[in-house]
Design a protein around this ligand. Sequence first.
Ligand SMILES: NC(=O)c1ccc[n+]([C@@H]2O[C@H](COP(=O)([O-])OP(=O)(O)OC[C@H]3O[C@@H](n4cnc5c(N)ncnc54)[C@H](O)[C@@H]3O)[C@@H](O)[C@H]2O)c1
Ligand SMILES: O=C(O)[C@H](O)[C@H](O)COP(=O)(O)O
Length: 373
Amino acid sequence: MNVRILADKHLYHAEKMAPTSAELSFFEPANGLPADAADYDALLIRTVSRINSDTLPVAGNLSFIGTATAGFDHVDREHLERIGVRFAHSPGCNARAVAEYVLTAILRWSHIRKQTTEDLRVGVVGCGNTGSAVIDLLSAFEIGYAAYDPPRAISEPHFVSASEDELLSCNILTFHTPLTLAGPHSTFHMLSSSWLRSPFQLIINAARGGVVDERALLDAIHRGTLRDCVLDVWEHEPAFSDTVAQSAFIATPHIAGYSREAKTAATRMVLEQLCEHFSLEMPASAEPAVPDHALPVFSETPELADFLWEINKVDYYDSELRKLKEHPDAVKSDGFNRLRTSTPTRFEYATLIAHFKRHGVKNIPEEAERLIK
Ligand SMILES: NC(=O)c1ccc[n+]([C@@H]2O[C@H](COP(=O)([O-])OP(=O)(O)OC[C@H]3O[C@@H](n4cnc5c(N)ncnc54)[C@H](O)[C@@H]3O)[C@@H](O)[C@H]2O)c1
Ligand SMILES: O=C(O)[C@H](O)[C@H](O)COP(=O)(O)O
């Protein structure tokens, strides 16, 4: 069978990793789903393409849709089941990348705000792939945490969730749940004025816009019960509120999970499921290699927070996003999407540190060893 695949043109390395026997075509997601999408056998998307009964009323030839992402709130899975299309995603593909973003943000914040990490207790909301990776890094740096995930405690008897009271007594909250609009554990506006009655030093949302009520967040900042927030995701993405962005300690355009390792894994995982579905052979794929020019110079050993800030791209995304402020919504949304798709993706810390050592970079902080998995 000649399998015809239609893929988002920004799907990382799709052309290098797709089965050679399949025919691969691309679409520009900014223009919506192409009218002929259902003529293909398989569709590969990212979070920016919504799949539901309006965008894809009938399956046509399609028997497989895969999103090369961990989250799938952009896909109506019940609709796909009704029209007989298999759905696949890439669970855990970017857990480590998001965890490194969160650690970097916490260390940067505590460095600038002059807080010692011993005084921090981080409430991790949602302890699946990403929340667990965050906990691994917090543990590696001896930062206290409370693991809050009541649904997981129900499905996994060995997992004990922190109580809501324990969670709300933390000074930092970081969110790692899916966005769900209904059900007993719905997460829409999970962080609202009710939880924000408790004082917090820092709120981090690298899950989905909508999990955090931005209006309640701003109110808490204005009231002084919340000191700072770090936002990677926004309620009306790709549009974002200037006021919220300007109030944020760090504001980024949904790139917490954007490492080359994560992007490679995301594409690979979804293609493996596609190959299994169509009985195709998956070609061997190589891990991304760091280009030689990416070498920092440290005249003396920096603090870990500065070292990570220097070698990460969070600072770049943050300053570029802020430059979009006060533009009309269409320009901001376009800029937001462009920043996400045209910025060369970062490498994870373990890869970078190994590369620096190989090339004799001096004065790497000793604590950076804890980032090697
Ligand atoms: N910013 C980014 O780049 C980025 C990257 C990856 C994932 N995400 C988002 O983060 C979400 C989580 O990712 P993951 O890979 O860890 O998913 P996952 O499915 O492995 O884990 C999600 C966890 O959240 C828990 N949960 C669900 N409802 C909850 C509730 N009401 N209270 C507490 N816990 C709850 C689940 O029980 C589960 O353990 C994704 O769905 C996606 O939306 C964002
Ligand atoms: O859910 C996910 O995996 C993340 O939000 C992911 O980083 C989104 O990636 P994109 O849709 O931009 O490729």
